[in-house]
Design a protein around this ligand. Sequence first.
Ligand code: ARG
Length: 613
Amino acid sequence: IKSKRFIIPLGDIVLNQLANFSYDPAKCSLAESLFSALKKIEANLPPELTVVDFFRTLEQPPEKALGDYALPCFRFAKAIKKNPNEVATELKRLLEEEKNPWVDSVVLKGAFLNIFTNQKEVAKALVPSLVNGSGFNILKSNADHNKTKVMIEFSQPNTHKEFHVGHGRNVCLGDSICRIFTYNGYKVIAANYIGDEGTHIAKCLWGVEHYTGSEKLESVENKAEWLGQRYVEANNKLKDATDDATKLQYNKEISEILKQIENKSGKYYDTWVVTRQYCLDDFNKIYKWLDVKFDHFFYESEVSEASQAIVEEYMKKGLFVEDQGAIGFDMSDKKLGFFMARKSDGTTLYITKDLALAKVKFNDFDIDRSIYVVGSEQNFHFKQLFYALEKMGFPQAPKCYHLSYGMVVRPDGKMSSRAGNSFTFLQLINLVIEEINTYLEKYSAEWTKEQKEDTAHKLAVGAIKYGMLQADPNKEIVFDPKEWVSFEGNSGPYLMYSYARTKSILRKAQEQGLKGSLANLDLLTHESERDLMRHLYDFNQVTINACDNYRPSTIANHLFFTCKAYNRFYTEVSVMKAETEELRAARLSLLEAFADTLKTGLYLLGITPPEKM
Ligand code: ARG
């Protein structure tokens, strides 16, 4: 990829190799310089050693005092059978001799090189990426990515069940992954897969029948939630039934409901049709509130027939066999037990429907990669599924990925709501809005009602999404509404506030006829300016890493540190009262660059910050 925006002083071949990894021109250039330096030390390098190895070995030290990049020299010394400290000394000498424009100074620490980059070059490299407000969209032109169709399946709630906080985490995560993949140039299909059939529905409708309260489904506002409560009650009622006769009776009633739904006739079927739609409508309200869109909806009810056919097909092909009445195949070679595709009573399972769904995704949607965002309690399910797809001969099987995530719990350990055993996402939304409103009361006396509502909505969405995304997906989230809504610390509102404040400074400057200028960014030599620029400069690489590792948290945390760097810069140097006009213009530009980058980063997390606060 030849970036039009960054001028990369590298030969084409090297550039093509490195561009697959990076948009960090300084690192590319350093890798090349170090590689040719090593060639000067030892003319006959082992052929497997390439410039890419240098690129990969160059690391970003956690502390600024250790430079912008560090190179441990051990593996290179080993490759040419020399002492690491000596190799490091030689590399330093050669690097200084070459006068690479990106290098300011090199410090030797044993077998490590600590490299400080030239601040003016970094500033210059930032300039083209900021012109025309086009941000950093260069990643979009990655030719390999452009050809790759990725389906990202997320949310996948079950109708007739509560939409709890864990489902909320899923939506935030999946939507952000879609945005990050699109930003990285992939063709993305955002898909949902609604669980609209199964025993849980029969139980819910049974719960509706046994409901003794006075609320009428037709007139309650949140119908999906109401139905979810009936499901919880039904389960409790079933658990509480102690005598066998009652249990038997209950189960008979539930199987009758299930039968009608499956046969698509009878009054329960009619109720299923209506209540299913209520649930779908309510899910869509949540998506709309969160500003989350899907390109395609799949439904369990739509793939269940095909799943029966798949069982037949792979029995004929000899992969699935009968084992004590059940049908499937042995996966003990992978320590995955028996893969059960059909039970002895003839019914297929959740996993069988997943086989049918995957087939539709591969064949009808022609996708190259398939990502499933699903909670960690289904880790085993997806191991089995992907192995089954491989054995069934789907070439895309190795390109399937389960993005697993942990639970969301409240700090008091209580997960219970008035309805039963979980905390619903709507309850969380309401808590957050309540907290946000207490803040807005303090700040925005002169605002209109619409302005207040719009700002509260943006802040609430941002607080929730940031709270959900800032944690590594593997980690459990302990959710504290006060902390999520706090305008200080690692929170969504802190980032949004940093953005709005910067925009208001820029607006004020504009009112005074003052504009930023990219002409003299190299005047920005203060340590805090240098640090902020470095953060902005790293943004693209961070989004690449986030994409490669399926980790929006990488972006969230980078933005947090960028904001901290910005706030330090803003307290340590004066923008409006800068010593010279040029310096002020350069600083205003840095403010613009910061605001642009932050807005893009927040966008990748699904967050739209208010312009004013
Ligand atoms: N509806 C399912 C549940 O709530 C999740 C579906 C996940 N996706 C899939 N292809 N299996 O457990």
